[in-house]
Design a binder for this molecule. Structure first.
Ligand code: ADP
Ligand code: MG
Length: 698
């Protein structure tokens, strides 16, 4: 067979492992920083050693034997002239015994334990004595099982040598940078230093990353993030979108007229912010955040009304079918009667749809007869062709992936003059984003916040109780049912096993059915067919079902104002924002509502620190922003970014809790750099974000 291309050498296992860790380019290697350091620069005399010290000693083997108590082990005595130390090896090979034979000179490194029988070290690293002592600390890098530390060390060292680490910051920004990082470190110096710090260094300053070398690195990283987001913003600013104006007497006004309530001040304010965006010929890119129950849906409906009134289509997307239905039932209830006289319709698109029905919907959408298109991910599939899409609304945006968001944006329509247009994009979330996150990860978004709940809600009382008080909890349920109220019972999330998850929910369902005779107790879990889920939901929504036992499928979106009690079993297993979302399912009507967080301590033990912090936060406050702030403290930013993290690099070095001074600097520096030194800006982004920059723009 003729060879088309010369065979490329296959990657070795460690090379593959390097790629898997994302260490492909020299700069990636240079930016792969040590987890910690080992001090091999010194030899400690046993006489001067401390108990527990990680030490390197050198001496002569004076004794070597294989012991059998308590189990088989190699026992070696080392004499360094000041004292002796016993080395213990539970795994050993003949080669070890040879290096550690009596009379051999060896250098060993490990944790020293002092005790009744003198110094010992368990499984120290060792090699023949002699050889020069390194003059820098030895870096220990994060690695994977397939990638030996020694190989990685070499790869990083050569990456560091080869990488282009030339200054990207223009001189006029350096002064400000040096002030915030408290030093004049260049990137090259900082990296060299962090990979190979001298023995005199304060390990504390390296470990807590307060050292100026670290600060410089973090400032650069934050700058890259800001640059890429400002760039995304600039790129969007030249795109076109249809300008949409609310006409007097139009759908927008009509909708306001049929709403059974008056908007809150916050709803009016964010509604105006959105309406102003829609007026512009630049695509909106706005995040609407508001606590659970703050009334985001009606704001979305009003925006949809503007788009539809102007003769365009609006798409609404929710992460699951049941959510789409729950979320948008009201919205459709309001809008559909207003659309009918205009000869317009609402189209549904979901995964479980029959082919025929789906075909009909696709036709409605393509012809433009469907002014409002509602559904799940099905909305962004290729076959869906909009006639005139002007507004895309994504609910629970953090549950969507970046790729899906990009796909929605690419459902381009054509302007009247034939030029390409993008739809306006409104993303909604009930997980409020702490300010520092909004300023960093979401710097390319405009954010609107509903910071007020509709009037007449009574605060939810939150109780944290041990599972041993289950009977009292069931008693409490009886009390609520007797008053005609309804109850949610959420079952533990068992991540490892969906099957176990289910059996748990099933058992609880049986238990509650038995303890509450005459009450309809329903069960909802993620693996039920959609039709069955809908049937259960409608019994609960309709009030016939007193108790709904469910796995976390009800996490978002369910709206049953008569429900007044939320019981969460194994609450210690849930994340903070999840608990908060679940709690938000009650307290939606005028009834006094409560949330019971039941926890099960591990056998005979106490709950872990984080779990206790989470439950305490829940008991302390019901303010979504405060919860979000604590969540950020407890868990770091990953969770907030949701699917964004799958493509976009998280900040690796900067910590938004401690580095706000650096973030402030980066926010000021980025626009200056883009305006005055676009080439340097581009180089900086490429260095730090490589191919990942695209994702940040979604
Ligand atoms: P979320 O922000 O969690 O999506 P929803 O939009 O589902 O909240 O609204 C929660 C409930 O509050 C719904 O029943 C909705 O009809 C009602 N609601 C929304 N706005 C108001 C208001 N201004 N006054 C009274 N009730 C409102
Ligand atoms: Mg909602």
């Amino acid at each position: 067979m003729p060879e088309a291309t010369p065979a490329r050498k296959p990657l070795t296992a460690p090379q593959k492992a390097l790629h898997k860790l994302g260490l492909a380019r020299d700069i990636d290697l240079a930016l792969h920083l040590p987890l910690r350091y080992e001090d091999e620069t010194r030899i400690v005399k046993l006489r001067d050693a401390r108990d527990g010290q990680l030490a390197q000693i050198e001496g002569t083997v004076t004794h070597s034997e294989i012991g059998f108590r308590p189990r088989r082990q190699l026992l070696v005595t080392l004499d360094d002239g000041s004292d002796t130390c016993t080395l213990r090896f539970f795994n050993f090979y003949p080669a070890h015994q040879k290096t550690l034979a009596v009379g051999a000179q060896v250098r060993v490194r490990g944790e020293l334990r002092g005790g009744f029988l003198g110094w010992t070290m368990v499984h120290p690293a060792f090699h023949a004595a002699g050889g020069e002592l390194p003059d820098a600390l030895t870096p220990v890098y994060p690695t994977s099982a397939q990638l030996p530390q020694a190989y990685l060390r070499k790869a990083v060292a050569s990456g560091l040598n080869r990488a282009d680490l030339g200054e990207t910051l223009p001189p006029e920004l350096l002064g400000g940078l040096h002030a915030v990082v408290r030093g004049t470190w260049t990137l090259r110096d900082a990296l060299r230093y962090l990979h190979h710090p001298g023995p005199e260094v304060s390990l504390d300053a390296l470990e807590d990353r307060s050292h100026p070398a670290w600060q410089r690195l973090k400032a650069e990283e934050l700058l890259a993030q800001q640059l890429s987001q400002f760039t995304a913003r600039q790129e969007r600013a030249v795109l076109r979108a249809p300008a949409l104006r609310a006409a007097p007497g139009g759908l927008h006004e009509q909708l306001l007229g049929v709403l059974p309530f008056a908007l809150t001040t916050a709803q009016r304010r964010v509604g105006e912010e959105i309406a102003r965006d829609l007026l512009r010929q630049v695509p909106m890119h706005r995040l609407l955040q508001g606590d659970v129950g703050s009334g985001k849906t009606v704001v979305a409906a009003l925006a949809a009304a503007i788009a539809i009134d102007a003769g365009w289509q609006c798409a609404l997307m929710a992460p699951t079918e049941i959510l789409a239905e729950q979320h948008f039932a009201k919205l459709i209830g309001w809008l559909e009667p207003l659309l009918a006289p205009l000869g317009k319709r609402v189209a549904w698109l979901t995964g479980s749809q029959k082919k025929k029905q789906r075909g009909e919907m696709l036709a409605l959408i393509a012809s433009g007869e469907a002014a409002l298109v509602v559904g799940t991910h099905a909305v962004i599939q290729d076959q869906v062709v909009f006639s005139k899409l002007a507004l895309a609304i994504i609910d629970e945006q953090h549950r969507f992936g970046v790729a899906q968001r990009l796909a929605l944006r690419s459902k381009v329509g054509a302007a009247d003059d034939g030029s390409a247009q993008e739809p306006h994009l409104l993303m909604m979330t009930a997980t409020p984003i702490p300010r520092t996150l909004a300023m960093s990860y979401y710097a390319d978004l405009d954010v609107s916040t509903i910071d007020e709940l509709p009037p007449g809600r009574t605060p939810i009382v939150t109780k944290v109780v041990a599972d041993s008080r289950r009977d009292e909890v069931i008693e409490r349920i009886r009390g609520q049912l007797a008053q005609g109220r309804q109850v949610y019972w959420v079952c533990p999330l068992i991540e490892e096993s969906e099957a176990l998850d289910l059996s748990n929910a099933t058992a609880t369902h049986a238990e509650l059915s038995a303890s509450l005779p005459g009450v309809l107790v329903g069960l909802l879990h993620s693996r039920m067919p959609v039709a069955e889920k809908k049937a259960v939901m409608s019994l609960f929504t309709g009030g016939q079902m007193g108790v709904l036992v469910s796995t976390t499928v009800i996490e978002v979106g369910v709206d049953v104002p008569n429900a007044s009690l939320m019981v969460i079993e194994h609450a210690e297993r849930f994340g903070l924002s999840q608990l908060h979302q679940l709690r938000g399912r009650v307290g939606r009507g005028a009834a006094a509502s409560a949330c019971v967080l039941m926890y099960t301590p591990p056998d005979g033990g106490r709950l872990g620190e984080t779990a206790r912090e989470r439950l305490k936060a829940m008991a302390d406050t019901s303010d979504g922003f405060e919860i979000a702030r604590r969540d950020l403290e407890i868990r770091g930013p990953g969770e907030f970014l949701g699917a964004r993290q799958s493509g976009a690099p998280l900040l690796r070095f900067a910590d938004l809790a401690t580095d706000t001074h650096l973030l402030d600097w980066a926010r000021e520096a980025a626009p200056v750099m883009l305006r005055q030194h676009p080439a340097l800006a581009e180089k900086h982004i490429a260095r730090w974000l490589g191919g990942k920059a695209e994702y940040l723009k979604a």
